[in-house]
Design a protein around this ligand. Structure first.
Ligand SMILES: NC(=O)C1=CN([C@@H]2O[C@H](COP(=O)(O)OP(=O)(O)OC[C@H]3O[C@@H](n4cnc5c(N)ncnc54)[C@H](OP(=O)(O)O)[C@@H]3O)[C@@H](O)[C@H]2O)[C@@H](O)CC1
Ligand SMILES: Nc1ncnc2c1ncn2[C@@H]1O[C@H](COP(=O)(O)OP(=O)(O)OP(=O)(O)O)[C@@H](O)[C@H]1O
Length: 642
């Protein structure tokens, strides 16, 4: 996804260039040309800009263009006079020049003669005070270049000062550059009429030029200060986050040492998972001294061969680790996948570190925009469950890309969802791709169905999302697609598969061409993950088994005996958000030595099970997925915010 580094009113160069490219398009220029009511055109500009990954309101686009035009006109003036300073005044001079003087563009002389106010008029919108020229021309009704305006006065012959009022914000200044008698006598004395004065000699123009230059400098200065303020704010937040992380790490160390000193804990027979086959791709962030590695360092630092038995001792060696996160996870592996309250608490504390703080400094969208690919005539509930769960977990916006006939139904379930009826349209991929730059996470499969065309579309969307480095959770019918064509997601480190037992069996058999040994799920998940290029995999069931091919984590937060359709959709929708948060935290260095996809998967499994438990306490046998969704808020708080 194209990052938008701009904040608030600051425009980055790349954003400005994108805006100019859009604004310079023939249809936009034609629509603007001579049109006084142009708000609809800027709505289109804003929409196109959005599609390129930059969120700006139509008004922001309009004001920015005005500002650029003002700089361009000023620079043009300088350029005409060959003082060579034009590029200093207008950074985007060349682009503006190309647009405004190109075959479809406006004649810049025309702009200079008449000012830009006409073209920039907008339905019912007030001027913003930014464009001094426009304000000037509006307040005086004159062209902003007074040298080009002939002033003809016949009476009186005594000198009368002509005040020129320049209004900026609340301040105004009266400038008396010349007197009427002076100009009147000059104009009447001349025969034949003198050619137009050179504008450079006209004091009013100089004044205006100076004024505009100063205002451009002030504007730049303001943006610079604002940028610095925001950077300082970022640094403060990062420091705060690092402090919190440090506290958590200390807690992790405490847990580790308590557990290792617990009588008999080191002697607990270890249920070790067998080492997985070597991963097909050079994998991920190092998961140090994993039990799956064939070597480890002993106390004296020598490399020695490791047997499965020595894994039982890893609780001791891990205490030497300098990285508390590694230390915590290492212990889980040593304990195998049996449910262990301490283990779950510890890994939940890692999940806590990826959750973005809620602050008033953020704007809508920053905590996540999630897309669900699914929803067809037969299945409208599944995509709804996934999308609403993403919102309830904390995503800011949730999009559903479904077939036409499913769209109205899904919309009617919830006004909170943004529903695109595009999945079965002939240009579905292009329609969806337009939104990809704005999405932070994708969930493919809930209610997708198995229609060939829809699966082909889903495949193409996965490919394009991978190219944009978007975390992708694949569930339900998306897994059907993966079973047919594993390469679609193989080796993609931001991919997570969430099969139920049935889906897992299909996948296993497709990859290994032999029946699965259903007595050893741990071995099975390690094999499938490794065959998929160390993809993160969640086998849902009585315990959810989570692996990235190097170790297996088990989530057995207490749920209930109630199974009903849609629980898996709640899981995949919430995982979409957590995956985005986890990868963001990983990029920021908050999650180290841990596969962020695994952290996200563990968080989503815990949350789903907690929701199930809470809903069951209230509704018992009649618990449905909707009841579980109602519990997301309090379950999240209980698990991750207490
Ligand atoms: N409200 C909605 O709109 C919902 C729509 N949904 C959507 O439906 C679509 C198809 O999904 P799916 O899960 O029904 O299809 P699939 O994987 O072929 O399973 C078929 C058969 O497999 C079996 N089976 C399943 N789980 C098993 C297990 N753990 N262990 C053992 N066996 C197991 C079981 O066989 P049975 O018990 O009947 O013999 C089951 O009948 C998909 O798009 C999904 O998103 C759902 O999200 C629900 C809510
Ligand atoms: N036997 C079980 N005991 C406890 N919890 C379970 C059990 N099976 C599933 N779950 C919980 O339900 C979640 C969803 O698993 P499930 O097998 O229902 O997925 P699914 O079949 O893909 O769901 P969907 O109906 O949405 O397609 C799991 O992550 C787990 O939390």
């Amino acid at each position: 996804m194209q990052a938008n580094p701009t904040r608030g009113f600051l425009w980055s160069d790349v954003e400005t260039r994108t805006l100019l490219t859009i604004w310079g398009e023939q249809d936009i220029q034609t629509a603007l040309d001579g049109n006084f009511r142009n708000s609809f055109v800027y709505r289109d500009v804003s929409r196109r800009l959005g599609a390129m990954g930059f969120e700006r309101t139509p008004e922001q686009c309009r004001v920015r263009i005005k500002s650029l035009k003002r700089q361009y006109l000023l620079a043009k003036e300088g350029n005409l006079r060959n003082n060579g300073q034009y590029h200093k005044i207008c950074k985007f001079y060349d682009i503006m020049e190309r647009i405004l003087t190109g075959p479809a563009g406006l004649d810049p002389r025309e702009l200079m003669e008449c000012g830009a106010a006409g073209e920039e008029a907008v339905d019912g919108l007030e001027e913003d005070g930014e464009d001094v020229q426009d304000v000037y021309s509006e307040s005086t009704g004159e062209c902003p270049y007074p040298a080009e305006t002939e002033v003809k006065l016949e009476y009186p012959t005594v000198p009368i000062p002509i005040p020129v009022k320049v209004t900026v914000g609340n301040s105004s200044a009266s400038v008396r550059p010349h007197t009427s008698s002076h100009s009147a006598s000059h104009s009447s004395a001349r025969a034949p009429k003198r050619p137009r004065k050179r504008r450079a000699n006209f004091p009013m123009e100089k004044l205006m030029e100076q004024f505009l230059e100063q205002s451009a400098q002030a504007e730049d200065g303001f943006y610079r200060m604002e940028e610095q303020r925001l950077q300082a704010e970022d640094r403060r937040r990062e420091a705060e986050h690092a402090r919190e992380l440090h506290m958590l790490q200390m807690l992790g160390q405490m847990f580790a040492s308590i557990s290792s000193s617990r009588p008999g804990s080191a002697a607990t027979p270890c249920k070790t998972a067998p080492p997985p086959p070597p991963p097909p791709t050079a994998a991920r962030a190092p998961v140090i001294s994993s039990a799956s590695l064939s070597h480890t360092r002993d106390l004296s630092g020598h490399l020695k061969r490791r047997s499965p038995q020595t894994d039982c001792l890893s609780q001791h060696t891990q205490l030497l680790s300098t990285d508390p996160q590694t230390l915590v996870l290492e212990r889980y592996y040593a304990l195998g996948s049996t449910s262990h309250k301490g283990m779950e608490d510890d890994i939940l504390s890692l999940v806590k570190t990826i959750i973005p703080p809620l602050t008033s400094k953020k704007h809508k969208g920053q905590d996540g925009r999630i897309g669900i690919i699914g929803g067809c005539q037969d299945y409208t509930g599944a995509p709804y469950f996934a999308a609403i769960s993403a919102l309830k977990v904390g995503a800011d916006l949730s999009h559903v890309f479904c077939t036409k006939d499913a769209a109205t139904v899904i919309k009617s379930y919830s006004p909170e969802l943004i529903v695109h009826p595009v999945l079965d349209s002939p240009n579905a991929v292009e329609e969806i791709e337009k939104w990809l730059p704005r999405l932070h996470g994708l969930v493919v499969g809930p209610g997708l169905g198995r229609d060939d065309f829809l699966l082909k579309t889903a495949k193409e969307v996965i490919e394009r999302s991978k190219a944009r480095d978007i975390p992708i959770v694949i569930d339900a019918d998306g897994l059907w697609l993966v079973t047919q064509q594993p390469s679609v997601i193989q080796g993609y480190q931001k991919g997570i598969l969430t099969p139920n037992f049935m889906e897992f069996t299909r996948l296993y058999e497709a990859l290994h061409h032999e029946p699965m040994d259903s007595s050893d799920h741990q071995r099975g998940v390690l094999q499938v993950s490794a065959a998929m290029g160390n993809l993160t995999l969640v086998l849902k069931g009585e315990q959810d088994l989570i692996t990235d091919g190097s170790r297996v984590f088990s989530c057995s937060v207490e749920g209930s005996g109630r199974r009903c359709g849609g629980q898996g959709d709640l899981l995949s929708g919430s995982m979409g958000v957590l995956a985005h948060w986890a990868h963001t935290a990983s990029t920021a260095g908050t999650v180290r030595s841990v596969n962020p996809s695994v952290v996200a998967a563990f968080g989503a499994c815990s949350l789903t099970r907690q929701c199930n438990s809470q809903a069951f306490q209230q509704h018992g046998r009649s618990t449905t997925t909707s009841d579980m969704i109602q519990e997301i808020g309090s379950a999240f708080k209980k698990l991750f915010e207490s």
